[in-house]
Design a protein around this ligand. Sequence first.
Ligand code: CA2
Length: 143
Amino acid sequence: MKIMVINGPNINMLGIREPDIYGKSTFADLLSLIEKTAIAEGLEIEQFQSNHEGAIVDKIQECYGKVNGIVINPAAYTHTSVAILDALKSVGIPAVEVHISQVSDREAFRQISYPGMYCEKTIQGKGLDGYKEAILYLKEKYA
Ligand code: CA2
């Protein structure tokens, strides 16, 4: 089974500021956790991070016919991007949305998720462990 893990803008800055919201772990810690999960679970996992909406749309389109599951933290694009929602719909690949923080307890402008309208599950407020949970969910359901 092949899974694509996509992270949106500023996730590469994890651990640098706002540890009260996002924790102390760094982006390198996240990459390593996902790589270890891939090895332990016998999965092929590719990781992609971009600060650019169009690059994320391009990556989702590239998944068509090649990837069995998508784990996506669209970061701030969660709350604005119909383009990412449409890209997910266009490829039709099972997807899980992850948020490191408990978005439901945060500002009003974070209460809408466009990509979440396609994703079959949203995991939030579990820190980096949320990514592992999303990967295991896709493995259990689709491998
Ligand atoms: O909780 C999440 O995972 C978010 O997707 C993170 C986004 C935020 O815009 C979403 O509402 C929820 C922010 C990404 C990281 O932003 C940083 C801010 C300061 C320091 C380091 C990263």
